[in-house]
Design a protein around this ligand. Structure first.
Ligand SMILES: Nc1ncnc2c1ncn2[C@@H]1O[C@H](COP(=O)(O)OP(=O)(O)O)[C@@H](O)[C@H]1O
Ligand SMILES: [Mg+2]
Length: 146
């Protein structure tokens, strides 16, 4: 599934559409190079789930948690991991318990596409806007159909 995201309003709408379908245990794997809009999608999802204050880009602390949301959210930016095993060392599995994971640079953490609950969003710059190639894991097949 390919989605045109010409501006920030389209990113917000896309975030709302995903947020409405999220369940604890899911992963939203946000792929694409620097500046393609990964954090923007994560922010849009968090806002749609009811988070109203700032959403820092977790580039330096790697993991940022939003425990007050339902489902709880873990926003991670794995860019700085030197090897996938570091994801385990920082306690990713514990953070993920009962939460949704929004993952930037998922390949740096070993990737999540093998999980049935993984929604992969590959972002690309197109002119002034972006496009998203969306791949759904088995648990997502009944979702995002509209
Ligand atoms: N669909 C879009 N159209 C236009 N600009 C966008 C879009 N999505 C994101 N941007 C802009 O692109 C820049 C980088 O976005 P960001 O989400 O930080 O990228 P990443 O996390 O992938 O590095 C930001 O200035 C953001 O406002
Ligand atoms: Mg980012």
């Amino acid at each position: 599934m390919n989605i045109d995201l010409p501006d920030i309003a389209a990113m917000d709408a896309f975030g709302r559409r995903i947020a409405a379908q999220l369940r604890a245990g899911d992963v939203v794997a946000l792929e694409g190079g620097l500046g393609t809009g990964k954090t923007t999608v994560a922010r849009a999802i968090l806002a749609a789930l009811g988070h109203s204050s700032e959403v820092p880009s977790p580039t330096f602390q790697i993991i940022q948690t939003y425990d007050e949301l339902d489902p709880r959210v873990v926003h991670a930016d794995f860019y700085r991991l030197k090897q996938p095993s570091e994801a385990e060392e920082i306690g990713l599995d514990d953070y993920r318990e009962g939460a949704v994971l929004l993952a930037e640079w998922p390949d740096h953490a070993g990737g999540f596409a093998h999980e049935a609950g993984c929604l992969t969003i590959r972002l690309e710059v197109v002119g002034e806007g972006r496009s998203a190639a969306v791949t759904r894991g088995a648990d997502w097949l009944g979702r995002l159909n509209d």
